[in-house]
Design a binder for this molecule. Structure first.
Ligand code: F1X
Length: 403
């Protein structure tokens, strides 16, 4: 566990009416259940289970995972190790918010029969929404824009692709469920923290590189319009020779509505290759790199754990330790990286991530209250900006790096 600062800041709970976390539990979760119920012709048993989850969201307590929670029982054991016994019987609102949210998605998968056996086994309840987004005209526009990118100087191209991946994090379907204006709300281009120079010093262009082979671990977040620019960035870094190998971490099962799974990686890759033009060239490069082993995809069970990365198991720690740099995408990964706590915003990012086994970077749009690593001047300017939702509205973004 990180020592010093992390122990002192209070863990975020969802029990304060009117707060952002409370709204997620009280409003976003029921909306997600209803969306899933409307999207599939589930049988009566599944519908009953979804209705029970809906009722539980409103006023229920956390129940232990059922005996048939997964065919092997391994996931049940994992949840026991992740705190199930301590939290069963307590209100969703009184346990750590991160834990409650994460467990909600596990219960939802149970309700729809995801872990089977039965006809719904392995059916992603969020797939209709993910595919709609991947097929949206906006995705076409974003991919077509790549055709002009070849003509801009190399440095600008690299920056554009980094920022494409960063701002792609606004494409979060769960977020949009409770914030209908999220797509159109004006983004504030000036980042609240920008350590991108440090990132590039870790991944220098080969022309200036003194060191040996580089491995990038990219811990992905959302599928669709976030994963597509993530893949473009990885492809570009491979093409430029800044990265020799990449490990893409995704979720082993559907999570937080639009989080990317291995199947979503394939959907995004096919989408790129089918787009033609420059997009297809990026896709082809990645395809080859996956086929020859320079890029690998991992779906570690801890990626869906309700815990901070400080509690990661040894094999995941080894993966990150072997990387030249690990880039974590998105808001949830940020919460898990620094700890889902009420940090003073000027808490050092380096201190909060000191436990992480190697250089680490966060690319995140701000969609929850957690924040570290701001200068006092930036914090003061944000507080004075008249925008009360700068922490949660997805309008602001950061690039933070700890070498
Ligand atoms: O990780 P992501 O996709 O950037 O964001 C996940 C998110 O939408 O979910 C949580 C609330 O449910 C918040 O942390 C955040 O707003």
């Amino acid at each position: 566990m990180p020592d010093t600062a992390s122990e002192s800041a209070p863990v975020i709970l969802g029990n304060e009416p009117g707060s952002f976390p409370h709204g997620v539990l009280a409003e976003r979760h029921p909306a997600i259940v209803r969306q899933v119920r409307d999207a599939f012709p589930h049988d009566p048993a599944r519908r009953e289970a979804l209705d029970a989850l809906l009722a539980s969201c409103a006023d229920g307590v956390i129940e232990p995972l059922p005996a048939d929670a997964d065919p092997t029982g391994r996931d049940r054991d994992r949840w026991a190790a992740w705190g199930m016994d301590a939290y069963a019987g307590r209100s969703w609102y009184d346990v750590p918010w991160l834990w409650a949210e994460s467990h909600f998605y596990r219960r939802l998968l149970d309700a729809v029969g995801y872990f089977g056996p039965g006809p719904w086994q392995g059916v992603d309840p969020f797939r209709p929404a993910k595919l709609t987004e991947l097929d949206a005209p906006e995705t076409d526009e974003e991919l077509a824009a790549l055709d002009g990118l070849d003509r801009v100087p190399a440095g600008e191209r690299t920056r554009a692709l980094l920022h494409g991946s960063l701002w792609g994090n606004r494409a979060d379907l769960g977020f949009r469920l409770s914030d209908r204006g999220a797509d159109t709300a004006g983004k504030v281009d000036a980042l609240v923290a920008d350590d991108s120079d440090t990132l590039w010093s870790l991944l220098p262009h080969p022309a200036t590189a003194a060191a040996g082979p580089t491995t990038l671990c990219l811990v992905a977040d959302n599928a669709g319009r976030e994963l597509v620019p993530d893949l473009l960035l990885v492809s570009h870094l491979l093409a430029e020779g800044r990265v020799d190998r990449a490990v893409l971490h995704v979720k082993p099962y559907p999570y937080y509505v639009s989080d990317a799974t291995p199947g979503d990686v394939l959907d995004a890759l096919w989408r790129l290759r089918a787009a033609g033009g420059a997009a297809a060239a990026y896709g082809d490069l990645l395809w080859t790199a996956l086929a020859d082993g320079r890029v690998t995809v991992r779906a570690h069970p801890f990626s869906c754990a309700p815990l901070p990365y400080a509690d990661m198991p040894g094999d995941l720690r080894e993966d990150f330790a072997a990387a030249t740099v690990t880039v974590l995408k998105g808001d949830l990964n940020y919460r898990r990286l620094v700890g889902d706590r009420w940090w003073p915003p000027t808490t050092s990012f380096a201190d909060a991530t000191a436990y992480f086994p190697g250089p680490v970077a966060a690319l995140r749009t701000l969609k929850s209250d957690v924040i570290t690593g701001l200068s006092a001047a930036t914090e003061a300017a944000l507080e004075a900006s008249g925008e009360p939702r700068w922490r949660t509205g997805g309008t602001h973004a950061l690039i933070q790096v700890r070498r």
